[in-house]
Every structure is written in structure tokens, then in C-alpha cells.
Design a protein around this ligand. Sequence first.
Ligand SMILES: *[C@@H]1O[C@H](CO)[C@@H](O)[C@H](O)[C@H]1NC(C)=O
Ligand SMILES: *[C@@H]1O[C@H](CO)[C@@H](O)[C@H](O)[C@H]1NC(C)=O
Ligand SMILES: *[C@@H]1O[C@H](CO)[C@@H](O)[C@H](O)[C@H]1NC(C)=O
Ligand SMILES: *[C@@H]1O[C@H](CO)[C@@H](O)[C@H](O)[C@H]1NC(C)=O
Length: 282
Amino acid sequence: MRFPVLSALILLSGVSSSAADKKDKPSSYSIERTLVKETGDGSGKEFVHNNVTYYIAKPSPANPRTKARSDIAVLYLTDVYGLPLPENQRLMDSFAMAGYLTVGPDLFQGVPAPNDINTPGFNTSVFLAKHTPEVTDPIVASAIGYLRDKLKVKKVAVAGYCYGGKYAFRFVAGGGAQQAIADVAFSAHPSLLTESEISAVSKPMAVAAAETDSLLNVTARSNMEVLLKETGQRYQVNLYSGTPHGFAVRANLSDPQQKYGKEESFVQAVRWFDTFFITNGV
Ligand SMILES: *[C@@H]1O[C@H](CO)[C@@H](O)[C@H](O)[C@H]1NC(C)=O
Ligand SMILES: *[C@@H]1O[C@H](CO)[C@@H](O)[C@H](O)[C@H]1NC(C)=O
Ligand SMILES: *[C@@H]1O[C@H](CO)[C@@H](O)[C@H](O)[C@H]1NC(C)=O
Ligand SMILES: *[C@@H]1O[C@H](CO)[C@@H](O)[C@H](O)[C@H]1NC(C)=O
């Protein structure tokens, strides 16, 4: 009498556990806010290719999310503080911990803005005048070329923050050389973004916006929403309360709303990339 019940139980538990395996497959959706690395040194490496310095963070082969992402890379485009900023290195490490090979080019030829832009002698407008799209576009294009040609990456997700956020838009624009275009983009509190750059978007685009941001104010943000809709592409715009410009990188972690915004905007980026690469847009 007991035997059939027991085997039915074993059978049931076998069925339900394999169904659960499929549902909770780490290669698809499960990603936690706690994954964001908030302390410690960067664990990636730097190297130089074609006179551009890169930071590279590689996913662990033991990570169950890595295998499904083996021909994909995240191209990380920094804020003005560049590769030396620990928060930038940790975010790149975090994308690697989410299973993505992650590469960040030095957009500033070894001279990023100082950690405190109020440092005497540093002039933001002079700095920005040096780093125009004419200077930065070729670096980003070369980085995408490196990923596709040298690392044999098939799909590129671009994640740009502040200064780099503008280039996340520029590198999912239609009309450029296909080889230099990313497949999906995420942009956190982009700065210096123009309306024509928004209208040119030709791939899925997600944005994390700060509540208080003179570089993307309420008017600019709502215009962006209208323009993104007009592109006909999939898009997502998340607004995080209690956050200032820069929060997705340099959040004040003692402030619960900023900490939440930083972690959740990272999860937003990973889920956005997963959606198009792993679950085919579902
Ligand atoms: C390489 O980049 C440096 C700036 O980082 C520049 O001074 C130098 O001229 C460049 N060299 C070549 C060969 O492009
Ligand atoms: C920065 O440089 C610009 C152009 O040279 C100058 O007009 C401006 O006053 C400078 N700003 C500061 C804070 O020094
Ligand atoms: C918002 O930003 C735009 C530039 O994107 C500027 O023209 C406008 O004056 C700003 N509005 C406010 C209220 O600051
Ligand atoms: C960070 O946030 C905490 C908590 O809100 C606040 O007390 C502190 O002054 C903030 N630090 C900075 C540098 O703004």
C-alpha cells in the first residue's frame, strides 16, 4: 500500500523539482540587488589595445549564469571619473558577477576628471570641450570592434553612466556602421544628451533617471519619453525618488533611497540585457 504512494511522491517531487529548475534557472531572471559590489578593490585587469586602455572583468565559469552569456559582452562607458574610480570598477565587476564579460575603455586618454571636480585647476567646461563626440566616438567604435573581432563576441550591450550615458544612445543609433553598433543599451542619468540622439535610437533602450538632475531635468526627461516612444523601439524609463545625478555610480550608500536606486538601477540594466539576450524579448 505504501509503496505506490511513496513512488508517486518521488515522481511528483521529481517532476516539480525539474519544473522549478526551469522556472528559476539562474541563467535567466534571478538577479538580486545584493549582487552589486559596493566595497573593495576592482578585481578586473587593465590592458592596452590600439592605444586605448581597457578594464576587463570576466565572469567566473563556475557561475551558473555565465555559460548562456558566453558570446555576449557588456561595454561599460564611464562617467567623467573614468576607469580609476572604484565605483566604476566595482560596477564592471558586478556585471561580470551577473555572468557578463564586461569591458570598459578609457574614454579620457589617462586623464579623467579628478574625484572632486571642484579641485582647484580643474575646469569642467575645458574638460568637456576636449572630450567631444569627435574624440570619443572613435574610442567607443574601436572598443566595439575589439569585442566583435578580437574577443569574438556576437552581441554587445552598452551600459553608459553620466558622460558615458550619452554614448549609450549614440551607439544604438541607426545609420552608423553595423559593426560599430551595440544590440541593446542602458543609460543612467545621461549628460549632454541631445534630442536628435534620442530620436536616432534603433535598438532597445532603458534609462535610469535621477529625481534631481540639472543635466536631465523634468522637461528634458518627459521630452525623452515622447521621443523614445516615437522611435518605435522597446524602451523603459525608470525614475528613482530621492536620487541626485550620478546615483547609479556614486550613490551615498548611507542614504537608503540612494542605495536602493543604485542597486535597483543595476538590476534594471541586467534584467534589460537578459530580456533581449536570454529570453528573446519576453
Ligand atoms: C596614444 O595615446 C596617447 C594618449 O593617451 C597619445 O599621446 C599618443 O600619441 C597615442 N599614440 C598613438 C600611436 O596614437
Ligand atoms: C573655465 O574655462 C572657461 C574657458 O576658458 C572660462 O571661461 C571659465 O571662466 C573657466 N571656469 C572656471 C571656474 O575657472
Ligand atoms: C531643462 O533643461 C533644458 C535643456 O535640456 C533647458 O533648456 C531648460 O531650461 C531646463 N529647464 C529648467 C526648468 O531648468
Ligand atoms: C549621506 O547620507 C547620510 C544619510 O542621509 C547623510 O547623513 C550624509 O550627510 C550624506 N553624506 C553626504 C556626503 O552627502
